[in-house]
Design a protein around this ligand. Sequence first.
Ligand SMILES: Cc1cc2nc3c(=O)[nH]c(=O)nc-3n(C[C@H](O)[C@H](O)[C@H](O)COP(=O)(O)O)c2cc1C
Length: 380
Amino acid sequence: MTAAPAMGGNPLFNANRLKLGIFGTNGKGAAQTLVPEAYRPTWPASVKTAQLADAAGFEAILAYARWKGYIAGRPDHASGITLDPFTWCAAIAQATRQVAVIPTVHAPTLHPIAAAKQCATIDIISGGRMALNVVGGWNGPELAMFDAPMAEHDARYDHLQEWLEIVQRLWVEPEEFDHEGRFFHVVRGSSMPKPLQQPRPPIVNAGGSDRGQAFACEFADICFLILRSEEPADIARQIAAYKRMALDRFGRTVQVWTYAYCVQRETREEAERYLHHFSVEMEDGPSLDAWSAGVGSQTKILTSPEAVRAFRQRFAAGAGGSGLVGTAGDIAERLQILSDAGLDGVLLTWVDFVDGLDRFTDGVLPLLVSRGLRMPSRSA
Ligand SMILES: Cc1cc2nc3c(=O)[nH]c(=O)nc-3n(C[C@H](O)[C@H](O)[C@H](O)COP(=O)(O)O)c2cc1C
C-alpha cells in the first residue's frame, strides 16, 4: 500500500465538511437532453464555468474521458464531443487559482510511462492542485478503437491496478527500475520531474461493482458512490459500509463523494417542471437507448434491464446521479442530509452550467456556510 498523499495545498483536503465540484464540462456535461440551452464544451464555456467554480471556492473540476459517443455511426453526436481531459486540465489549471483539476484516464488507452509524466506536468503547472481519476473503461466501442478490446469486467480492475502501481512508482522512484508483471513489461523505467505532491497526487475512482468498490477502497483517496436510495438512513448505511470496508480490509480512510444533477428555481414546482421538461419531454431518446444497450449493460451496478429502465430519467437528467431539485433552501437542506449521512463531497452538474453556477453561488452557497458545511469562499 502506498502512503496517503500530502495534505498540502490541494483543496481536496481542506477543512470544508462538504466539498463541491463540477463534472463533465470538457464534454456535454451529464444530461442527455435535446433542449437548446444544454451545455457544450467550447473553450470560452470551459473557462467561464471553471472560473465560476473556482471563484465560488469549489474544490474540484473533474474532466471525464470519452473517446467516442454512445450512438454507433453518429460521431457528431454530443455524447462524443469531448475535449481531451489531460490537455484540457492543464489549460484549466492556468485559468484558475485554487480549485483541483482532475483528468480521467482509461488505463487501456495510455501507457503508464506517458500518464505519469502528463500528471507530473499538470501537477507542476497547477502548483500541486491535480488529482487523477482512474477508470478501467465501460464503453466497449471506444476501447475497440485502440485495438484494446474490453477485458472481462473484473480483469479490467486487475489491469488498472498494475497500471497504477507503475504510475505511482514512477512518481517517487529516484532510480530506474524494471517491472515484469501480468500486463506490463517495463525496462529501466523512470520519469522526471516528479509531481509536486509527494508521494503522489490524490487518486480518484468511481468503481461501482463489488470489485470496483474494493479497488477504490484499496487505492483511491476519493471514491464515488452512486446512491442506491433516496432515504437518509439507507444512504448513511451505504456510506458507512463503504468507509468500513476501506478501513477493515485495507486500513485506509477514504473520502466518499457522489454526483448529482441540480435544478434550482424560485419554487419547487418550477424546478420540477423544468426537470420534467428537459429530462422527459426533451430526453435524448436515441442516446439513452444506445447508452442502456451499451454502457449500461457493461457495468455491474445496474444488474437487470428493469434497473436500467428505472434509471432512465436519472440518466437523462444527470448520468445516473442523484437529484437536487427545488429552491435554494431545498437544495441546501438535501445537501445537509447527505453530509449528515457521511458524504464528503458532491460533483454537481446542470443542464446549463453557467446559469446553474450563478444561481447556486447566489442562493445555495450562503446557506451551506450558515449551516456550517462550508467556509465562505476567499473570493466571495
Ligand atoms: C463521477 C464518475 C465519473 C466517471 N468517469 C468516467 C469516465 O470519465 N470514463 C469512463 O469510461 N467511465 C467513467 N465512470 C465510470 C466508472 O469508472 C465505473 O466504470 C462505473 O461507475 C461502473 O462501475 P464498475 O466499473 O465497477 O462496474 C465514471 C463514474 C462516475 C460515478
